[in-house]
Ligand binder design. Structure first.
Ligand code: FES
Ligand SMILES: [Fe+2]
Length: 349
């Protein structure tokens, strides 16, 4: 069984789940998995909706694939959804009062620039949850042109292990020695926006930096710096980028069995200049980044699998380095939210 806090966080926070460019056409959809089952993002005649993938008639899943373009039509008895309304064949065969009650189990959606956020019973509006991060994410979302790749598989660890791993740079030279480690990131600077955090770290490898500077004329980057940036969007998501040329949006969603993490990453690239539109130039670069990212996440998933599930994640007294300070911040946020949930807090509220 997963800890109670996992479902509570899933229900009460906004989650960054997609970029607008992933669902451009009517009937485009994405399916993500999390502790609450499936999360479908669907383009319903130009409006992006989010719902739980469960047909309200008798529970059949509407969309089994991870993504695609399909009508929202149940394969069991033909119930459908279109233009904001359920479409039910032979409505006269049901009692009118029953039909009045029936609805798709849809979730709240909100945009931060071109990033789509989803929430079920949010404690605040999205802007309040994001604090000053909203402006940063909006700018980056406008730089992104389109998605290049998607990877998804389970991490064999609790989601908090995966998030804490992504929150600290100390493991990079050990776990990613031939991949991310080759950037030779300098210590960088952490900034905090409510429960969210941002690492901005200069690249120390001069040869790689020169190479990245050489291709700057191909990308129309307006909202990023010439460094490595990793943004933690509390509680389950990250957005990272090198020089703003490409972005990786990662979700580390808790699972129902508590020992797995539903991991998905989408890689995007920024708008190209007219020079960059020459595909022959840009294609090998994007393929290289895709391969590197995929190796990095494999390495992370391997080390996370090796972390003992018996090691206490709630230990506020853990020994953490100064560069692991974002983990301390994350744990404090979780502890504060747990206190809000406790009966004594409710009694005084
Ligand atoms: S379960 Fe979907 S139409 Fe019956
Ligand atoms: Fe890592």
């Amino acid at each position: 069984m997963p800890p109670e806090i996992d479902g509570y966080l899933a229900r009460t926070f906004w989650h960054c789940v997609a970029h607008r460019s992933e669902l451009p056409n009517d009937r485009d959809f994405l399916r993500l998995e999390w502790i609450l089952g499936d999360l479908i993002l669907y383009n319903d005649m130009g409006t992006i909706i989010a719902f739980d993938n469960i047909c309200p008639h008798r529970g059949n899943r509407f969309l089994p694939e991870h993504e695609g373009n399909a009508p929202l039509s149940c394969t069991y008895h033909g119930w459908g959804y279109r233009g904001g309304k359920l479409r039910i064949p032979k409505p006269d065969s049901y009692k009118p009062c029953d039909l009045k009650r029936v609805r798709l189990n849809s979730f709240h959606t909100a945009w931060c620039g071109d990033f789509l956020f989803v929430a079920i019973a949010p404690r605040t509006d999205l802007a309040t949850q994001l604090g000053g991060l909203a402006d940063i994410l909006t700018g980056m979302s406008h730089d992104i042109s389109r998605r290049h790749a998607r990877i998804g598989y389970p991490y064999e660890c609790q989601w908090r292990v995966a998030v804490e791993n992504a929150l600290e740079p100390d493991h990079v030279p050990f776990v990613h020695s031939d991949t991310l480690g080759s950037l030779q990131l300098k210590p960088g600077h952490n900034a905090y926006y409510e429960r969210n955090s941002v690492l901005n770290a200069p690249i120390g490898n001069e040869r790689i930096k020169r190479g990245l500077n050489r291709i700057s004329r191909f990308f129309d980057v307006q909202h990023n710096e010439k460094s490595y940036i990793a943004i933690f969007i509390f509680p389950f998501s990250f957005l990272s980028s090198t020089f703003g040329y490409t972005y990786s949006l990662q979700n580390f969603f808790p699972s129902r069995n508590g020992r797995h993490t539903h991991f998905t990453t989408r890689m995007f690239h920024s708008r190209l200049t007219s020079t960059g539109e020459n595909e022959a130039i840009i294609k090998p670069f994007l393929a290289g980044v895709e391969k590197l990212n995929s190796q990095v996440f494999q390495e992370d998933s391997e080390i996370c699998k090796n972390i003992s599930p018996d090691f206490p994640l709630d230990g506020m007294n853990s020994i953490l380095s100064t560069t692991e300070e974002k983990i301390a911040h994350f744990r404090k946020c979780i502890e504060d939210i747990k206190k809000e949930q406790s009966p004594s807090h409710t009694a005084h509220a």
